[in-house]
Design a protein around this ligand. Structure first.
Ligand SMILES: [Zn+2]
Length: 317
């Protein structure tokens, strides 16, 4: 069945042009855009309140001082480079929420164009235009990898960035490391007219979403869905079906969205994993999605959980 447009980050409109990564000429490419990131927050401009990644035609004084760049690929016929200016101490605004689930603070640099702000990508999901989403997801995911992976997994030596940021090589033993993603299964668990929704510790109040978990070595997507459902909620799943996937760069997940049929209704919640889990009827989900029921809030727009829930309410999955 045609499910319509894909989840927010899954509209692939960035041409990666991997052959450019090898080239020593990559920095001499003309027709470029430059994107800035500071402590995990991309630089955005706003048009009538709607955010867009602020793509500069020229390297600014900041990027001219920086030496490590990442070539993201071609977007809107221009080659996009990401520059990390996290070391800058001149960025202003509140910093207390950086890295939290809900960082709504906007930070700014006095020498950057007025009206541009460093913003948390996750916080902007409900208002981000899908045409910018995959570029932002790639930039954020690559930033997170560069931030975390700095030492050789083999000998502990320092790594140097190669291939326009897509490879890191140990300066001692030459071991190579590549950007990794973590596969995660996320399940819309159905039983009759209801779905099972859960909430993790520390989530915004009343927010519920689909159950999810990391796929382990040796598992299939289906096996991971069955195991996670049983471990977290005591539900035995059958007929697990893969629906679609979504990059989720917080920091490195690839979400694999599935549906499955619950064989039992009584719950045995693992309180270490989940704060709560409840069965919710299609009518209540519909009301919650449309702001008519304030007792629960669905996963926010842009998350694949929200996508799965909306498709289920529409009778498509
Ligand atoms: Zn090494």
């Amino acid at each position: 069945m045609d499910l319509g447009p894909p989840p927010l980050f899954s509209l692939i409109n960035l041409k990666r042009k991997a052959h450019f990564r090898n080239s020593k000429q990559v920095m001499r490419i003309k027709n470029c855009y430059h994107l800035l990131i500071w402590r995990g927050k991309l630089l955005f401009g706003f048009n009538d309140g709607k955010p867009f990644p602020y793509l500069m035609n020229q390297r600014t004084t900041f990027t001219k001082k920086l030496t490590t760049y990442i070539f993201l690929g071609e977007f809107e016929n221009k080659n996009v480079f990401l520059w990390d200016m996290s070391d800058s101490s001149d960025v202003l605004g509140n910093t207390g929420q950086i890295g939290s689930f809900n960082d709504a603070d906007r930070n700014y640099h006095p020498d950057l164009p007025k009206g541009t702000y460093f913003c948390d990508l996750r916080n902007l999901l409900p208002v981000l235009n899908s045409k910018y989403a995959n570029l932002c997801a790639t930039a954020k995911g690559m930033y997170e990898w560069h931030k975390r992976v700095n030492f050789c997994q083999s000998c502990g030596g320092k790594l140097s960035s190669e291939k326009a940021g897509w490879e890191k090589t140990c300066i001692k033993c030459n071991f190579k490391q590549f950007p990794r993603i973590d596969p995660v299964v996320i399940m819309l668990i159905k039983r009759g007219n209801d779905i099972l929704l859960g909430r993790s510790h520390g989530w915004p109040e009343k927010m519920y979403s689909c159950l999810a978990g990391f796929i382990e070595p040796g598992e299939t997507i289906e096996a991971a869905a069955e195991r996670e459902a049983m471990e977290e909620s005591g539900i035995k799943l059958k007929n697990v079906r893969y629906i679609t996937s979504q990059p989720w760069p917080f920091p490195a997940s690839l979400m694999m969205g599935c549906t499955g049929e619950a064989q039992n209704r009584s719950l045995k919640i693992d309180k270490d994993e989940l704060e709560d889990a409840i069965w919710v009827s299609k009518e209540q989900v519909f009301r919650a999605l449309n702001g008519l029921d304030k007792s629960i809030f669905m996963a926010r727009r842009g998350a694949i959980a929200r996508y799965l829930i909306e498709k289920w309410v529409a009778g498509l999955i």
